[in-house]
Design a protein around this ligand. Structure first.
Ligand SMILES: Nc1ncnc2c1ncn2[C@@H]1O[C@H](COP(=O)(O)OP(=O)(O)OP(=O)(O)O)[C@@H](O)[C@H]1O
Length: 242
């Protein structure tokens, strides 16, 4: 079943006629050069960017879904988050329950454990490092237990161990019958963890499919202007500029 499908999704020249879908159980990686339109696409799906065309959430037009229901179904982790207030980690994670109007202690504890932030619940978020804060904001989204989790570069500020931890947990999250769509610059990690990839180039969908279908020399040359060494058969996969 398609959790998300877009038809002729456009935002001026920033996103042009993008047709894609997110299937239940899958993790879909959005890749492309700086400025290719990855955040713009995620912002449209998250309901914070006006667009032309159609987006459907589990078959229902997104525009016809009440804001609260939409927030229950779709969780969004922006590229960077910060709090204007000195909130505790527990308070930040609890914000993820706002769409439900509860403080489901089990959901909050599970989210904190998954993002490995459970030891900091009583600390102030502004007294954590950048990468530590990023995991707390991820826990906030997880606490809402959305059917579709959208994440804009969720591993950009994380160390090697936490990149692996977060990508594994997002994959498990998708495999539980939900869906995850994330933008990611590290193509080797994208190939290793994503079921399918969607390659954007200058706002257009250049390719969508399995990592082997999308990560070809020709596509990477067109999208990134690099001649890349690609070895998807090695474990882990290797994609680096020559
Ligand atoms: N608020 C905005 N108003 C107008 N144009 C914008 C706005 N935000 C981004 N853009 C433009 O839209 C295009 C796509 O930007 P977007 O942020 O979606 O790219 P991206 O693929 O996420 O890039 P990056 O990898 O650098 O995060 C870029 O040309 C950018 O300059």
């Amino acid at each position: 079943m398609d959790l998300i499908d877009t038809r002729h999704l456009s935002v001026g020249q920033r996103l042009v006629n993008v047709n894609l879908n997110l299937v239940a159980g899958e993790m879909l990686g959005i890749i492309g050069a700086n400025g290719a339109g990855k955040s713009t696409l995620l912002h449209c799906l998250a309901g914070i960017q006006p667009y032309q065309g159609n987006i459907r959430l589990a078959g229902t037009p997104l525009a016809s879904i009440a804001e609260r229901q939409r927030a229950q179904q779709l969780g969004f982790l922006p590229q960077s988050s910060h709090s204007a207030w000195a909130l505790s980690v527990r308070d930040v994670i609890s914000l993820g329950r706002l769409p439900w109007g509860d403080t489901n202690a089990e959901a909050i504890a599970q989210a904190a454990a998954a993002a490995q932030v459970q030891d900091w619940l009583d600390r102030q978020i502004d007294q954590l490092s950048g990468g530590q804060q990023a995991r707390v904001w991820l826990a906030r989204v997880l606490a809402g237990q959305p059917r579709v989790l959208l994440a804009d570069e969720p591993v950009a500020s994380l160390d090697l161990f936490q990149q692996q931890n977060v990508l594994r947990l997002l994959r498990r999250y998708a495999q539980s019958g939900r869906g995850v769509m994330l933008s990611i610059h590290d193509l080797s990690l994208a190939a290793r963890y994503c079921d399918r990839l969607c390659l954007l180039h200058e706002g257009q969908l250049l390719a969508i499919g399995t990592p082997a279908e999308v990560l070809t020399g020709q596509h990477l040359q067109q999208a990134f202007q690099v001649d890349a060494h690609i070895d998807l058969d090695s474990d882990p996969p290797i994609i680096i500029p020559r």
